[in-house]
Design a protein around this ligand. Structure first.
Ligand code: 3PY
Ligand code: MG
Length: 262
C-alpha cells in the first residue's frame, strides 16, 4: 500500500500536497480528482473536530490521497486518536529544539523505543483484523507513519541538527510564515531565505526528508533543486478565496465597463 513516506524520494520530484480545512466530501473528491498526492488536515488553524478528521482520513485514503494531520499542540490525546484512525503522519507545529523533537518522537513510537499506546482494535489495526496481527500494527506505526517536526522558529533553525537527529522524527517541514514572524523579518527578507536554505541544506546532509511551502511552480522547481522531498502548494480555503475574488472582480469589472459604454 502507498503511504506518505513511500511518496518521498521518487523520480518525479517532490510529492505535492496541500493543507485542508474544510470537512466536505465534495471537496475531497475535487482534490482527489485534481491529482493531489497528499493532504495535511489542519487542526492547528481550522475548527475541525476529531470526528471530522476521522471522516476526512477515511475518505481521502479511499480516493488515493494520503492523509496527514497537523496537530494543534504537542499533546498525546488527540494525536494518538488520529494515528489510530490510520493517518499517514502527524505534523507537529513549533518544535523549538532537539529536546522537544526527541520527546515527540518518543511519545509517538511504540515501546521499547517510545511510549505510544497499543490500539490494535482501532482502524489502524483494521479493527483487530490487520493481516500480520499486532506485530504488523506495531511495525507500521513505527516504520511507516511519518512524525514530522515543523521548523518555524528562529531557535529551531539554530538547533536544526539536533531536531534532525531526534529518534522518531522522520522528516521536517519549514513553516515560512511563522519563521519570518519569529525572526521579526518579512517573509521575503534575505535572513529568512537564508534560514530556510540552511534548514534544507542540513536536512539533505542528514538524509532526512524536508518539505516546505511552494508559492508557485517556479518556487517549487527551485525547492526541488535544493533537495526538498515534498511541498505544500496552498490550502483549500485560500485557493477558493483567491479564485472567487479574481472571478468576481472580473465580472464586476466587465459590468462596470459595460455600464460606462452605455
Ligand atoms: C507557516 O508558514 O508558519 C506554516 O505553518 C505553514 O504554512
Ligand atoms: Mg506555522
Amino acid at each position: 500500500m502507498t503511504s506518505f513516506r513511500s511518496l518521498l524520494g521518487g523520480d518525479d520530484g517532490p510529492a505535492l500536497g496541500m493543507f485542508v480545512k474544510i470537512p466536505a466530501p465534495e471537496l475531497t473528491e475535487i482534490i482527489a480528482g485534481a491529482g493531489v498526492q497528499f493532504v495535511v488536515i489542519d487542526t492547528e488553524h481550522a475548527l475541525l473536530s476529531v470526528r471530522d478528521v476521522y471522516d476526512m482520513t477515511v475518505l481521502y485514503a479511499s480516493l488515493g490521497v494520503r492523509p496527514l494531520v497537523r496537530v494543534a499542540d504537542h499533546g498525546y490525546g488527540d494525536a494518538q486518536r488520529y494515528l489510530d484512525a490510520g493517518v499517514d503522519g502527524l505534523l507537529f507545529p513549533h518544535v523549538s529544539d532537539g529536546a522537544e523533537a526527541a520527546a515527540l518522537g518518543r511519545q509517538f513510537l511504540f515501546p521499547p523505543r517510545g511510549a505510544r499506546g497499543m490500539g490494535f482494535a482501532s482502524r489502524a489495526g483494521r479493527w483487530g483484523m490487520l493481516p500480520g496481527g499486532r506485530a504488523e500494527y506495531l511495525r507500521h506505526g513505527d516504520d511507516e507513519v511519518a512524525r514530522v517536526a515543523m521548523v518555524e522558529e528562529r531557535g529551531s533553525v539554530d538547533d536544526i541538527d539536533a531536531i534532525l537527529a531526534a529518534e522518531g522524527i522522520d522528516a521536517v517541514f519549514i513553516g515560512p510564515s511563522d519563521l519570518a514572524l519569529s525572526m521579526g523579518a518579512s517573509g521575503k527578507s534575505p535572513e529568512v531565505s537564508a534560514a530556510i536554505d540552511h534548514v534544507i541544506e542540513r536536512a539533505v546532509a542528514a538524509g532526512k526528508p524536508v518539505g516546505t511551502v511552494a508559492a508557485d511552480p517556479a518556487d517549487a522547481a527551485r525547492r526541488a533543486d535544493q533537495g526538498c522531498d515534498y511541498l505544500l502548494v496552498g490550502n483549500d480555503t485560500g485557493i477558493f478565496a483567491r479564485a472567487l475574488r479574481t472571478s468576481y472582480q472580473g465580472f464586476r469589472a466587465a459590468l462596470t465597463g459595460a455600464e460606462e459604454d452605455r
